[in-house]
Design a protein around this ligand. Structure first.
Ligand code: FSO
Ligand code: SF4
Length: 554
């Protein structure tokens, strides 16, 4: 069975995965994910029309949000779970369709007249195998449309997937926003609207970038309201003697629940990959048994999780196929799923992690302390802007020459060494801001400090991009210039769809000269790339020496 997926940077030969995903996604799972997206488009056609009658439906919002997030790279590899979501989404669509048609008739006094896209009438088959078969006849990527329209549609779809992840994290903490919810439906329904041209999609993509900024702001507000503002905090890299649970992914609510449930259990809790910045939150760092960080970025997990006497919890992406050696001690939760890996579900929002605690005790844990080093996290917007006056002074006195935001996701390609080398070569009078899992390429380096400022300021997860944007805007205000005129350069690494939505937000803010690597997305057509280059001067990374020279000595 063939597949067509090019949504992430890892895509086969830098073009498209057609036989099986480089990420491990099987063609059957890819087909079901495509069918899920198609079902969600049907919901959104009605949800978008319903907004015109002032009708909102929380289930439709949730279904679209969770469905989109499920199809993000390295989240869900389970055919059964995806089939379940397709059936649920179909039920949601039928409900919203009925309400919309009735309300339309009540208000207008006649039947709804328009013909709608085929996705609005889609009826899924029952079994997993029948769904996979059905996926073959669904127009996922029609080959009769223009390559640029296809490219723009993919950019929008992947942006929506990324925003769904952020919106879902915020919704779990009780925060939703109508502008964000309604844009999911507008965006998805526009993807099945054949009357739109390239300019329409470009305008929509820029509108999306602004809506995603609102979504990022909402998530930042949710995190800080629930857990307090991150503060600079030393984190131990290494392990302590005793039973251990290692938490990966991005979901801070899961981590909080686990910390609460383990506080008197004798089990130590560690972060892994994107969970590292959680050590800076007052409501998390207060737990004495929240002892440190284990390992590095997601792509090293198979090696790092092998041969350790510890339990692992994957709260969101990126999960890789668990090796046999740890398959019985890794657990998934939330939207993450992998065949034959035990899943912890929520009951009215609460999760019971007692199985993990019991397993961690059975395993016995680490036999002795092993300390590698300490690093500092917790430089969110609140902490950095608390130092704004001193930063402005340091720039004016030339103690700080330039800021680099080296941010984004990590991955397996050897070309990603660029980011390590770049950070090493940044001159000692420059400050590096970072976020997301790409930082593991350089956050163990001893980069020193400039006066009171560490040279490496960790702003958080990819989910905390809002912090970096807020810091840049505040500095531009302080210097009375635009962000593009600040002594600030953005050197970004992308991997999956959250990076796409962040990039679109940066472009919608008019930010120029972004350097992007390790390679440019396969789903951007040459004409669309030209537009991005002309409007935003976006460029691929070259070599650290070359790029640094161009930035610092233009
Ligand atoms: Fe990394 Fe994975 Fe956070 Fe991504 S762990 S790659 S952009 O899912 O989300 O930075
Ligand atoms: Fe390939 Fe990436 Fe799609 Fe996985 S998510 S199938 S690696 S393009």
């Amino acid at each position: 069975m063939a597949m067509f997926c090019r949504q992430c940077e890892q895509t086969a030969k830098g073009q498209v995965c057609t036989i099986s995903g480089v990420c491990g996604k099987k063609p059957e799972v890819a087909a079901l994910q495509d069918l899920l997206i198609y079902t969600l488009k049907g919901i959104s056609v009605y949800a978008n029309l319903s907004r015109g009658l002032n009708l909102k439906d929380k289930n439709a919002d949730k279904s679209v949000r969770e469905g989109l997030f499920t199809t993000v790279t390295n989240v869900n590899f389970s055919s059964e779970k995806i089939a379940e979501l397709i059936h649920k989404a179909y039920e949601t669509k039928e409900k919203i369709k009925k309400i919309f048609l009735q309300e339309y008739k009540n208000k207008k006094g006649s039947e709804f007249p328009s013909r709608l896209p085929a996705a609005a009438d889609f009826i899924p088959q029952d079994s997993v195998s029948a769904l996979i078969e059905q996926a073959k006849s669904v127009p996922i990527a029609p080959n009769d449309i223009n390559a640029d329209i296809q490219s723009l549609r993919e950019i929008l779809l992947y942006g929506l997937k990324g925003m769904a992840a952020y919106a879902d994290h915020a919704a779990i903490l009780g925060e939703e926003d109508e502008e964000v919810n309604s844009f999911f439906h507008k965006g998805l329904s526009f993807l099945v609207n054949d009357g739109l041209n390239a300019d329409d999609y470009l305008a929509l993509i820029m509108e999306f970038g602004k809506v995603n900024l609102r979504c990022l702001e909402m998530l930042d507000g949710a995190h800080t309201k629930y857990l307090g503002n991150p503060v600079p905090t030393k984190v131990m890299l290494g392990v302590k003697k005793g039973p251990a649970i290692i938490v990966s992914g991005h979901d801070l609510y899961d981590l909080k629940q686990l910390l609460e449930q383990t506080k008197d259990s004798g089990v130590n809790i560690y972060t892994h990959s994107e969970m590292l910045p959680s050590h800076g939150y007052p409501e998390l760092k207060k737990y004495k048994h929240f002892v440190g960080h284990f390992g590095s970025a997601w792509q090293n997990q198979q090696k790092e999780f092998e041969n350790i006497p510890a339990v692992i919890l994957m709260t969101t992406n990126c999960i890789q196929e668990p090796r046999v050696s740890y398959k019985d001690r890794i657990f998934t939760t939330g939207l993450v799923s992998f065949p034959q890996v035990e899943h912890i579900s929520a009951l009215e929002g609460k999760k019971d992690f007692s199985k993990l605690i019991q397993k961690a005790k059975e395993l016995g844990g680490f036999s002795e302390d092993a300390f590698e080093k300490e690093i500092i996290v917790g430089f969110g917007h609140n902490a950095v802007l608390g130092l704004a006056d001193k930063i402005v002074e340091a720039v004016k006195s030339k103690a700080i020459r330039h800021f680099f935001l080296i941010g984004g996701c990590d991955g397996a390609k050897p070309g990603r060494n660029y980011y390590t080398e770049f950070a090493q070569k940044v001159p000692s009078d420059c400050v590096i801001l970072t976020l997301a899992c790409g930082k593991f390429r350089f956050n163990r380096l001893n980069l020193g400090s400039i006066g009171p400022f560490p040279r490496l300021l960790d702003c958080g997860q990819c989910n905390d991009s809002y912090s970096a944007i807020k810091i840049a805007i505040a500095l531009a205000d302080a210097f009375k210039c635009s962000v593009n005129d600040l002594p600030l350069s953005l050197v970004l690494s992308w991997y999956e769809q959250k990076a796409v939505c962040i990039l679109l937000t940066l472009l919608s803010l008019g930010i120029k000269n972004i350097r992007l690597g390790p390679s440019l997305p396969a789903f951007v057509s040459p004409n669309v790339l030209n537009i991005l280059v002309e409007k935003f001067n976006i460029k691929p990374i070259t070599t650290p020496d070359n790029d640094l020279k161009e930035i610092l000595h233009p």
